[in-house]
Design a protein around this ligand. Structure first.
Ligand code: XBP
Ligand code: MG
Length: 236
């Protein structure tokens, strides 16, 4: 039986990348006097690397004006990433990031039916603390039975670690949960952990290949009567 829904955050619960993290990265570059700026199209390519710190590392390795020494690049990436997260929190505090269509309805429906909710994300815990009050209200921690973030799962998606830990904390088997994702890396992570996965297409992965997904929909309002009311998904 279905006992839990496990959600990715960025791109799935909210469109946090284009107007959130991407802008915050650019503000961090500017604040630190660094020459780089990430435009929309370029960020779409960079997003193939999951994890903001890992994304920075991959980018810096391609830049002639970045430090040649790998250790120095790592130190710089840490500084930029920390500043980016502060800028992200400031952006979120200004409002403008809302849950994607159908998210709140599904979360509320689960609460009413005793279905557990969890998060499995490559983003850091600080970003959840900044974002979730805006998505779910001040009492948001009571809504989630498990929160698994970058600090808990250092091996980033497509590694299944983050989902494996979520299942462990929920105390359930993979066949008793569904993952919700928006990216090929997220789908791969969920599948490798043995989970069925529903994909809601997001701006940067609108045309990506999601073979292996249980279903691919534009948003959760496009899947109106599931998975809580009458599961249209086959949990096999
Ligand atoms: C999200 C990410 C994150 C965010 C930024 O991927 O890759 O890196 O872009 O957050 P997913 P951090 O939705 O698959 O979890 O800077 O905290 O990593
Ligand atoms: Mg995502």
């Amino acid at each position: 039986a279905l006992r839990a829904l496990i959600f990715d955050v960025d791109g799935t619960l909210a469109e946090t990348e284009r107007d959130g993290h991407r802008v915050a990265f650019n503000r961090a570059f500017a604040a630190l006097g660094l020459p780089w700026r990430w435009d929309d199209a370029g960020y779409g390519v960079l997003l193939r690397v999951a994890g903001g710190y890992e994304r920075l590392l991959a980018f810096l390795a391609t830049q002639a004006d970045a430090p040649a020494d790998a250790g120095e690049r790592a130190a710089l990436a840490r500084i930029i990433h920390q500043r980016k997260n502060a800028e992200f929190a400031a952006l979120v505090a200004q409002g403008g990031l809302a849950p994607r269509p159908g998210v709140r309805r599904l979360v509320d429906a689960c609460a009413g039916q005793g279905i557990l909710l969890a998060v499995a994300t490559t983003t850091g815990r600080a970003n959840l603390d900044a974002l979730f009050p805006h998505l779910f209200g001040a009492d948001w921690p009571q809504r989630f039975a498990a929160l698994v973030c970058a600090e808990d799962a250092p091996r980033k998606k497509p590694d299944p670690q983050v989902y494996a830990i979520a299942l462990q904390r929920l105390g359930i088997a993979p066949g008793e949960a569904i993952a919700f994702e928006d990216s090929p890396a997220g789908l791969a992570a969920a599948r490798a952990a043995g989970l069925a996965c529903l994909v809601t297409r997001s701006v940067y992965f609108a045309n990506a290949d999601f073979s292996g997904a249980t279903a691919v929909v534009d948003d959760l309002d496009a899947a109106p009567d599931w998975p809580c009311a009458s599961p249209r998904v086959d949990l096999q």
